[in-house]
Design a protein around this ligand. Structure first.
Ligand SMILES: C[S@@+](CC[C@H](N)C(=O)[O-])C[C@H]1O[C@@H](n2cnc3c(N)ncnc32)[C@H](O)[C@@H]1O
Ligand SMILES: Nc1nc2[nH]cc(C(=O)O)c2c(=O)[nH]1
Ligand code: SF4
Ligand SMILES: [Mg+2]
Length: 224
């Protein structure tokens, strides 16, 4: 009996055509890629996690390392149930939802289904759109090009500011003054300018030790 039901479930998933637009309930989401890797950045660096990269972003960081994600129309609308089933097949009980800008979408359904399976939910966001979803870890990486919504600052577990030039230290402090006292503070060199900015970040952290350095360690390890 159980087998028959499972078979029916998988047949239903195959025959249901995806909608043309992202539904407001978040039951389908534009999925660019999903991969099992090691979190390379920030507080959870070094931990295994299943990454879900949603397509679509209008923030426009000129140094963005995943510009292929920006046009949501290029990424197939995928059932959140399928994404959850794929994530659950991996040993780590943690998922990182990233993009693109994942908060363009209603993430309530996806997060609830992941949590029902005992999977922890982590997000990488610019905070440019209101928060949806329920989160075990929020990494807020605010951008000058489209500022974060104010409500998200007090909810962030981690503030990760990308340093492209000297003015980003001021931008970092401006946001650090609005996060909670428990929020971890990171400065991460923009990848293409890292040789130039890393020495500045080192000096800054030595002078301002409540900040820590975050490096994109996955790029050194040549993993996704
Ligand atoms: C590609 S973004 C996607 C999530 C979300 N749109 C955001 O910006 O937080 C994932 C993380 O990579 C960081 N990032 C993007 N391009 C980078 C670069 N060239 N150098 C360093 N970090 C970068 C972002 O700041 C963010 O923390
Ligand atoms: N390994 C790995 N760690 C990451 N941390 C944040 C990433 C992202 O693009 O959101 C990322 C990524 O793309 N790969
Ligand atoms: S907000 Fe994130 S995905 Fe969007 S352009 Fe900036 S770094 Fe790229
Ligand atoms: Mg990345």
């Amino acid at each position: 009996m159980l087998n028959v039901d499972l078979e029916r479930t998988s047949i239903n998933q195959q025959v249901t055509a995806p909608p043309k637009e992202v539904p407001a309930d978040g039951s389908f989401l534009p999925l660019m890629e999903e991969f099992y890797t090691i979190q390379g950045e920030g507080y959870n660096t070094g931990k295994a996690a299943y990454f879900i990269r949603l397509g679509g972003c209008d923030v426009g960081c000129h140094w963005c390392d995943v510009k292929e994600s920006w046009d949501a129309a290029l990424h197939p609308l995928t059932a959140a149930d399928t994404i959850v089933a794929n994530a659950a097949r991996h040993p780590a009980r943690a998922v990182v939802i990233t993009g693109g800008e994942p908060l363009l979408y209603n993430l309530d359904y996806l997060c609830n289904e992941l949590r029902k399976k005992g999977i922890k939910t982590f997000i990488e966001t610019s905070g440019a759109y209101p928060l949806s979803g329920s989160w075990d870890w929020i990494c807020l990486s605010p951008k000058k090009f489209k500022k974060p919504v104010p409500e998200i600052l007090s909810l962030a577990n981690e503030l990760k500011v990308i340093v492209f030039n000297k003015s980003d230290f001021g931008w970092a402090e401006e946001h650090a003054s609005h996060v909670s006292s428990l929020c971890k503070l990171y400065l991460q060199p923009e990848w293409s300018k890292a040789e130039e900015t890393t020495p500045l970040i080192i000096d800054y952290v030595k002078e301002n030790p409540r900040w820590q350095i975050s490096l994109q360690t996955h790029k050194f390890m040549n993993i996704p």
